[in-house]
Design a protein around this ligand. Structure first.
Ligand code: NIG
Ligand code: FE
Length: 419
């Protein structure tokens, strides 16, 4: 039996449709449906339009009518295209040390940093990791994020990376948000690995990649290109192998030094993320390519360093997604809307550009074409705010939370009914 629902009337629906994937977007390019409704069929949007026009259709189809009282504004469910929410332990000590003057890389050299989380994650059972992911993903969902990318990368051995990716799969089965897994076994050369970086990467690609395919644990491969992690020469054969096997590639690029974005372009990566250190040269290169440039303002806020040059990326004609990078080290906050709003303030992004960065442009960063916009055939993932005007959302810089969230055509969070 078909499951058909009409939700509305909304004071505003911002469908994020008809906008270009690349380059600047002005606020007056945003489509705003006023006094509108959404007809949902079996989890997908059937039609969207003026409530008085959609209502007769809903009656004809014997739809369940979900009538809203008061002013509500509806956006697509937000998409966080870059997180590391599968981890054990905490790095509160690193944060304190950074604020007392030590650098991220200095801390990593003296026992903190990514390796500290690897040690703590290896100690955790798969079940404990699942609990942590579910707890964090639920928080993201309450903030309107209905799709969350989650990386491995704190296991750094075949068995431990598998444990993380299986935990992400288990967590995905037990929560309403969609989790998109990514293998980040190339996060750093594990300190206990007896061979060279190239040998480690060779082992991962020849032994782990086939298992990832066989067990459908992920179709995405990420690597951290940085002086403290992997170089261009080390990563090239690894990406070559991944591409050959049909994996999508994404890169931690230009965080402290440049070179990652060039590799991302050369290998046709889906996205290049971070880019805090990118200069005009890298920006131009990215803008000319099909790589989605992803800003991670949560890492800038966590490390106290400059933001990704988002304005310059857009002005050069690039596609800009915005993600939280939620992780225990560089980005502990994990509040996408707050971070995106703050990036908008510092980088002078229009509301339309910020919203694009966490909706359809973020969907493109995950190679997903079924979400990020509200239009016929798209998933009915909705972030609903109690306001008459969408501008109130970013204006409140994340302090204003959604009141109702829909995922796949059903309510998964309702503030009024929340415990
Ligand atoms: O995206 N830059 C590398 N990786 C993560 C940080 C991981 C960590 O500090 O634990 C990032 O910021
Ligand atoms: Fe990251």
């Amino acid at each position: 039996m078909n499951n058909i629902k009409l939700i509305g009337p909304f004071k505003q629906i911002i469908p994020m449709t008809g906008l270009s994937l690349k380059g600047p977007i002005t606020d007056d390019q945003l489509t705003v449906w006023e006094d509108a409704g959404i007809l949902v069929e079996n989890g997908y949007i059937h039609s969207i339009g003026k409530y008085i026009d959609v209502f007769p259709k809903a009656e004809e189809l014997k739809a369940e009518i979900i009538k809203l009282e008061g002013n509500h504004t509806c956006l697509p469910g937000f998409i966080d295209s870059h997180t590391h929410i599968c981890f054990g332990g905490t790095r509160a000590n690193d944060y304190a040390l950074r604020n007392a003057g030590k650098s991220y890389l200095e801390i990593a050299k003296t026992g903190g940093g990514i390796w500290d989380t690897v040690t703590q994650t290896r100690k955790a059972s798969q079940e404990e990791l699942v609990k942590g992911i579910v707890k964090r993903a639920k928080q993201h969902l309450k903030n309107g994020v209905t799709t969350i990318e989650v990386k491995s990368g704190y296991g750094l051995s075949i068995a431990e990376e598998l444990k993380m990716l299986r935990a992400i799969k288990d967590a995905n089965a037990s929560i309403s948000a969609d989790l998109v897994p990514t293998c980040l076994a190339a996060h750093m050369l594990p300190k206990d690995y007896p061979g060279s970086a190239s040998e480690y990467l060779e082992e991962i690609s020849s032994e782990l990649f086939p298992i990832l395919k066989e067990q459908r644990l992920t179709n995405r491969i990420d690597a951290f290109i940085e002086e403290s992690a992997f170089s261009k020469n080390e990563i090239a054969p690894y990406f070559q192998e991944a591409k050959g096997m049909g994996f999508d590639i994404t890169v931690h690029a230009d965080q402290f030094s440049t070179s990652g974005s060039k590799i991302a372009v050369e290998f046709g990566a889906i996205s290049a993320d971070h880019l805090e250190a990118s200069t005009q040269k890298e920006i131009t290169l990215l803008a000319k390519s099909n790589v989605i440039a992803t800003a991670l303002p949560g890492a800038s806020l966590g490390l106290g360093c400059n933001f990704t040059p988002a304005r310059k990326i857009l002005d050069a004609g690039g596609a800009l997604a915005i993600a939280s990078d939620h992780n225990p080290g560089s980005a502990p906050m994990g509040d996408l809307l707050t971070q995106a709003a703050i990036l908008g303030t510092f980088e002078k992004l229009t509301n339309a550009e910020v919203l694009a960065g966490i909706t359809f442009r973020a969907a493109a960063a995950l190679n997903l074409s079924d979400r990020g916009q509200l239009a016929k055939g798209f998933l009915a993932d909705l972030s609903i705010f109690h306001t008459h005007d969408h501008k109130e959302i970013l204006y409140n810089q994340g302090a204003f939370k959604p009141c109702v969230i829909w995922k796949n055509g059903g309510v998964v969070f309702d503030k009024h009914k929340a415990p």
